[in-house]
Design a protein around this ligand. Structure first.
Ligand SMILES: CCOC(=O)Cn1cc(-c2ncnc(N)c2C#N)cn1
Length: 281
């Protein structure tokens, strides 16, 4: 059977997007990125593990909203297990972020303004503080290599209208709370997550991209969480600490990882998959 070649549309840090006729093929690589730098050493099976975790979440979230998955198996053979055939959507031009904890860019913004994406927060919060309740903190979709800029809810209203803005907030918080609740029962804190939504031709909002993976969300082991202390990244901390120990200048290309680092990091992805899905990898 002649297999029409797929066309590369967009290559990201750790994933690539192809066109295959009317469909899209979203492919996850084994690349890992720390401090926004792609490391030269792949983590075997990372792409497959995160793709299968995302597929599992899509199924768990099917009662909240439809998703873009056409098939997780009908993909080009070279991408088997680490790609999703998905329907082409009109993507919402807003990064939909939910935060249950304060860290990263949200903490920086809070320290400067007392709020995150226009959402006022109580005084006295610190690194890794749990928020009184999860908040919707949208941002712009910055061009590759630049950081997304926080935008207020009213800016989202101006972009997509009030009804859709409310729906974006409702969906984003709903996906986060479903994921954070399930993960917490399994000893994992999901501190925040970024989802992508798109419109189907009939105007329905559809969950796209990847969902609730360690690449789209911050995963922390619950047993070592301490507000006021930088949290331990479940999947990336070993590599971050090791790379920092080599004296790596983060403006330089990332260092090659030694075999034990690769295996320990792979094991962390397997552990996340098994804990959340309850299925052996
Ligand atoms: C580098 C990989 O990441 C992306 O390309 C993100 N992205 C996804 C789309 C998209 N566009 C239309 N329909 C979809 N179903 C999707 C999805 N998912 C665009 N950018």
């Amino acid at each position: 059977m002649y297999l029409a070649p797929v066309e590369l549309l967009h290559s990201g840090k750790v994933r690539d997007l192809y066109a295959d006729g009317d469909d899209l093929i979203l492919v996850a690589s084994d690349r890992v990125s720390v401090y926004d730098v792609i490391l030269p050493t792949p983590i075997p099976d990372k792409g497959r593990i995160l793709t299968q975790l995302s597929v599992w979440w899509f199924d768990q979230l099917g009662d909240l909203l439809p998703n873009h998955v056409i098939s997780a198996t009908d993909v080009p053979p070279e991408f088997a297990g680490r790609a999703i055939r998905c329907r082409r959507l009109q993507m919402v031009p807003v990064e939909c972020v939910a935060r249950g904890y304060l860290t990263g860019g949200g903490l920086t913004e809070y320290r400067a303004t007392g709020s995150v994406s226009g959402v006022s927060l109580p005084a006295g919060l610190d690194e890794a503080s749990r928020l009184p309740e999860p908040i919707f903190t949208p941002s712009t979709k910055a061009p590759a290599g630049q950081h997304d800029e926080p935008i207020s809810f009213s800016a989202v209203v101006e972009t997509v209208g009030a009804e859709t803005a409310e729906r974006l907030r409702e969906i984003t918080l709903g996906v986060y709370e479903r994921g954070a609740t399930l993960a917490a029962e399994r000893g994992i804190i999901i501190a925040d997550t970024k989802i992508e939504l798109g419109w189907a031709p009939d105007g329905t909002l559809v969950l796209a991209d990847e969902v609730l993976t360690p690449d789209s969300s911050r995963f922390w082991p619950a047993d070592s969480w301490q507000p006021g202390r930088p949290a331990f990244s479940f999947d990336k901390q070993f590599v971050r600490d090791w790379a920092a120990g080599t004296g790596w200048d983060k403006r330089a290309p990332g260092p090659e990882l030694p075999d034990d680092m690769v295996e320990r990091t792979r094991a962390r992805y397997v552990e996340i998959y098994e804990r959340l899905t309850g299925k052996p990898w």
